[in-house]
Write a protein that binds this ligand. Structure first.
Ligand code: ZN
Ligand code: CU
Length: 480
């Protein structure tokens, strides 16, 4: 048989946590068609894996790539890590629906769009991605904060009945178009005043489709347990699966509290569908904030609209230079984004090692000095945490970024390396894979990623983008 592509001499890690084995992998028409000894077969294109790992392409469970896939379709910061699918629309923020005549408050403006380029329906957004594919597959959610900003003249109060009805209609439109879920970010000003009841009522259209409820919770610090209970309650009332985004114990007084949160999550999993993700760093990144809790630790400025030259600098130094307090300096740098050192390494490791935790970057593709997670998340888990720290076997690391994620998000035909699956494949070197991106040099591509294939097309090879734009819009399929 003559194939499109054969990857020879690889060691397959199939994304199910099963032990690795040696095999060739053949691809035809964008699908995996054979795995085994294929020495009798020929192909138009051959990749010699040379004993490297051949795994399903990584799925980034938590991204803000909503508009980057359109404005920066090569998506180097993702494909260079072996990522072949991104889940967009997180933290209550989505690229659609928007009005052309509105200002985007932070953090909604992190998904930058010019008014002319805005999508007024979710269908229009998905159509644009289909018409102009990027190098990765996209599964998209609609964001509750975005809906609030579209519908409500003032955001510092709960929505009224009429506004809830309008938002619910927009969720219904997004679901019909192909959104896989609804995300919230009640941590952020545009949604902080939303009640639990508001979210439940806005989320009603999720129920019939068993679509996902995904949340950047109200409080990941002192009130993290209450926030988890609120999240689980919303999932129960809507009878849908929930995803706890970028789980953490935030702020020094809460260090160690993953010892409380993880047992609660595990217990709740016995009764309802719960999943969670995590990025492999002790610093987070979001809009520039001025509240004390956020400014307690070290803060690095990632981007600043009024002071672009401050990107990459320590807030402490900027404040000293300006002769003002830290919070005043932060105020002057707004709007922009910053990196906050606010987690304890032991919590990060405990959450990463929790068997049900998926890997999601939460990368923000804005500015010249982004959080290094944008370029480094997946190789950091494979190289640093799995190989060097020994937190879990490589098979488990791969599962946390492939099979587990595809299962939780309902991405049928993805996430495992099996005959019949879509040919999203990464070939990497287990001995050398490593994140090169650091806080000082955050945009360096990963090392040890040999080849990345998206829907059968070779997209990244030995450090060079091959030009393929073969990504698809993925929708959710729910197992019966
Ligand atoms: Zn978030
Ligand atoms: Cu996020």
């Amino acid at each position: 048989m003559h194939m499109d592509l054969i990857i020879r001499n690889g060691t397959v890690i199939d994304g199910t946590k099963a032990p690795r084995y040696e095999a060739d992998v053949a691809v035809q028409d964008g699908r995996i068609v054979a795995i085994g000894d294929l020495s009798g077969h020929t192909a138009r294109q051959t990749i010699d894996a040379g004993g490297r790992i051949v795994a399903p392409g990584f799925i980034d469970s938590h991204t803000h790539d909503d508009t980057a896939v359109l404005s920066n379709p090569g998506m180097d910061f993702k494909v260079s890590q072996g990522v072949t699918t991104v889940v967009a629309g997180n933290c209550g923020i989505s690229a659609a629906p928007l009005r052309r005549d509105m200002d985007l408050p932070m953090p909604l403006a992190l998904v930058e769009t010019t008014p002319e380029a805005r999508f007024t329906t979710f269908a229009a957004y998905l159509a644009a991605m289909r018409a102009s594919p990027s190098s990765v597959n996209v599964a998209a959610m609609v964001g509750h904060s975005t809906l609030r900003a579209v519908v409500m003249p003032d955001l510092d109060r709960p929505a009224n009945a009429q506004e809830i009805a309008q938002m619910r209609e927009m969720v219904e439109e997004a679901m019909q178009a192909g959104a896989i879920g609804l995300s919230t970010g009640t941590f952020y000003p545009p949604a902080a005043a939303a009640t639990t009841e508001e979210i439940i009522e806005v989320g009603r259209p999720l129920t019939a489709r068993k679509a996902l409820y995904v949340t950047h919770m109200r409080d990941e610090g002192a009130r993290v347990m209450e926030s988890l209970e609120e999240t689980f309650r919303i999932g129960r009332e809507l009878d849908v699966p929930v995803v706890v985004s970028h789980h953490k114990a935030q702020g020094q007084p809460n260090f160690g509290r993953s010892k409380e949160t993880l047992p609660l999550i595990r217990e709740t999993m016995k009764h309802q569908c719960v999943s969670l993700d995590c990025y492999p760093y002790t610093a987070g990144s979001t809009m520039i904030r001025t509240d004390r809790g956020m400014l307690d630790g070290r803060v690095l400025i990632a981007s600043s609209e009024p002071h672009p030259g401050m990107a990459g600098r320590d807030l402490d130094d900027i404040a000293k230079e300006w002769g003002v307090a830290k919070d005043e300096a932060a105020r002057r740098l707004q709007p922009g984004s910053a990196i906050y050192f606010m987690m304890d390494e032991s919590d990060v490791q405990r959450i990463l090692a929790f068997d049900e935790t998926m890997i999601g970057s939460d990368g923000i593709p804005v500015g010249e000095k982004p959080h290094p997670r944008l370029w480094g998340t997946f190789p950091r888990v494979l190289g640093h945490y799995s190989r060097d720290v020994g937190l879990f076997p490589l098979e488990t690391a791969v599962w946390k970024m492939t099979g587990l994620t595809a299962r939780n998000f309902g991405l049928a035909g993805r996430g495992t390396l099996k005959v019949g699956q879509a040919a999203d494949i990464v070939v990497f070197d287990a001995a050398t894979v490593r994140d090169a991106a650091s806080y000082t040099h955050p945009t360096l591509p990963a090392e040890g990623i040999h080849a990345v294939i998206v829907n059968g097309a070779l997209t990244w090879s030995d450090g060079v983008h091959q030009g393929a734009r073969n990504g698809q819009v993925l929708t959710r399929s729910v197992p019966n």
